[in-house]
Design a binder for this molecule. Structure first.
Ligand SMILES: C[S@@+](CC[C@H](N)C(=O)[O-])C[C@H]1O[C@@H](n2cnc3c(N)ncnc32)[C@H](O)[C@@H]1O
Length: 243
């Protein structure tokens, strides 16, 4: 998974239109929900820094730390003038021992985690607020249908939001905000849609050559427009450091 994001670092910003918009939405939900101004902020799975850029506009004096498993993504973030004063950690967030933060944010990174439940438990003990967005199970249905009969795991991500996931969150923490947002982007062909995933790193890089060839021939044989539906859940949780 790290390698697909490393490869996509240079093409990410001009293709990640949904991630850009949902970063701003996540920041505005924080503004409406979180009454005190956070002084320290951690962005988990920061990518090229969209979410920190959005949150920094609200909390201008906050000290921001960005972390990502992909060094190339972090390097693009570091090169942005507005993010020069931030701190950076290249790590697998699931194994890293983080400091405490007033606010932990994460935009569209958690679906890639191996054990999100354990990770959230760990992070809730280290913050006052945890705000994140994640893909839901209804995402990319039309595209996924193409590969269903061949049983190919085209995504490679492990975790996806479901109603059960929300119920579990409610047992672990006080859910301060829960919001859903859908985006539909259209492409001239299924092949163009596949290119979109490649350009943002959203694909399974562990596939064998046989499966890759199968994917290419399925994509080529599809005629007509392809719509990608990004369905997002955005959640703000109260951390254990709240009082
Ligand atoms: C879809 S991108 C989102 C990037 C950014 N948050 C944004 O909104 O543009 C997902 C990011 O999560 C990172 N990521 C995935 N799993 C991770 C992990 N276990 N630890 C740290 N970063 C991770 C990837 O490297 C990638 O940059």
């Amino acid at each position: 998974m790290k390698s697909n994001f490393d490869k996509a670092a240079e093409t990410y910003d001009e293709n990640a239109v949904v991630q850009f918009d949902s970063s701003m939405l996540l920041a505005s939900l924080c503004k409406n929900t979180i009454k005190e101004k956070p002084k320290t902020i951690l962005d988990v799975g920061c990518g090229t820094g969209f979410t920190t850029l959005a949150i920094q506009k609200l909390y201008k004096t906050a000290k921001c730390t960005l972390c990502d498993i992909s060094e190339n993504m972090i390097n693009v973030a570091k090169s942005k003038e507005e993010l020069k004063a931030c701190e950076y950690i290249v790590c697998n967030a699931e194994n890293y021992d983080f400091d405490e933060y007033d606010l932990i944010i994460s935009n569209l990174a958690f679906q890639w985690f191996d054990d999100l439940k354990t990770f959230l438990q760990k992070m809730l003990s280290k913050c006052k607020y945890l705000a994140f967005s994640i893909l839901t199970e209804e995402s990319f249905k039309d595209y996924a249908k193409l590969f269903k009969i061949n049983n190919i795991n085209i995504w490679g991500y492990k975790y996806i939001f479901s109603e059960n996931f929300l119920k579990n969150l409610e047992k672990q923490s006080n859910v301060l905000e829960f919001y859903r947002k859908s985006y539909r982007i259209g492409f001239k062909s299924a092949f163009e849609a596949a290119k979109h995933f490649k350009n943002i790193g959203g694909y399974n890089s562990d596939l064998q050559d046989g499966s890759k060839n199968e994917i290419v021939s399925i994509l080529k044989s599809y005629r007509g427009f392809m719509f990608l539906d990004y369905n997002l859940a955005l959640v703000i949780l109260e951390g254990k450091k709240s009082n």
